[in-house]
Design a protein around this ligand. Structure first.
Ligand code: FMN
Length: 206
């Protein structure tokens, strides 16, 4: 039975990205009634920037790690186990300052680990998360279509494609709800605004 890993990263309960991941997961559950969904809300998962203890722990061989070093890597181990267990990932992403929210970056820092999620082979770096697919459901206040001048300010898609590709996840899909700043206006009806994006999300689910 397939397993889906759902991540949300917006700090807001009313987030557009959360509404999109919810739609994806509901559609996925209908398509896979016996499937399993692992859920991580990164906005409330305690995490912190990588520190010296974490870095030294990673570079210490498993067999000689101290209890403190094992503890320093516990969250990273848990996140990586979820990535390995899941067949596919759906990740809600808000645009914050032209890129991903800090909570998502902290999670990425925990999962990029040599000999766990990538290694160095004869041909250079090699991702170890193979056979997975990732869907990114993104919400941006402005509109930053790649290929347009404004697209140069969108660091979300190039960054996520690069880092997930580095880990071996090359089957990636992005759906972006651009222009959510319109939702601040009383002239914009939220349901009408979101309807085409929700439809696009439903169509993604096999
Ligand atoms: C801290 C913060 C930074 C933001 N930075 C940008 C930005 O750089 N560009 C942009 O178009 N919108 C920006 N926005 C607007 C959000 O991208 C927009 O509200 C989006 O819907 C957030 O996703 P969410 O609804 O899933 O939380 C920012 C919003 C916040 C709260």
């Amino acid at each position: 039975m397939p397993t889906l890993l759902q991540l949300d990263s917006s700090p807001l309960e009313t987030a557009v990205s959360r509404e999109l991941t919810r739609e994806f997961v509901n559609t996925w559950k209908n398509a896979h009634p016996h499937g399993t969904v692992i859920y991580r809300d990164l906005a409330v998962t305690p995490n912190k920037p990588l520190d010296a203890q974490w870095i030294f722990s990673v570079f210490t061989p498993d067999s000689v790690r101290t209890p403190e070093q094992i503890e320093a890597l516990a969250l990273s181990d848990a996140f990586i186990a979820e990535l390995e267990k899941a067949d596919e990932y759906v990740i809600g992403v808000s645009m914050h300052n032209f890129t991903i929210p800090g909570t998502l970056k902290l999670w990425i820092d925990q999962i990029v680990r040599k000999d766990q999620t990538f290694t160095y082979g004869a041909a250079g770096p090699q991702g170890l998360l193979t056979g997975k697919k990732a869907t990114f459901l993104v919400a941006t206040g402005g509109i930053y279509e790649l290929g347009t001048p404004a697209g140069a300010y969108n660091f979300i898609e190039p960054y996520l494609k690069t880092v997930f590709g580095f880990l071996g996840v090359t089957d990636t899909t992005f759906v972006t709800a651009g222009g959510t700043q319109k939702l601040m206006s009383p002239d914009t009806d939220r349901a009408t605004f979101l309807q085409p994006k929700l439809e696009q999300v439903r169509e993604l689910v096999a």
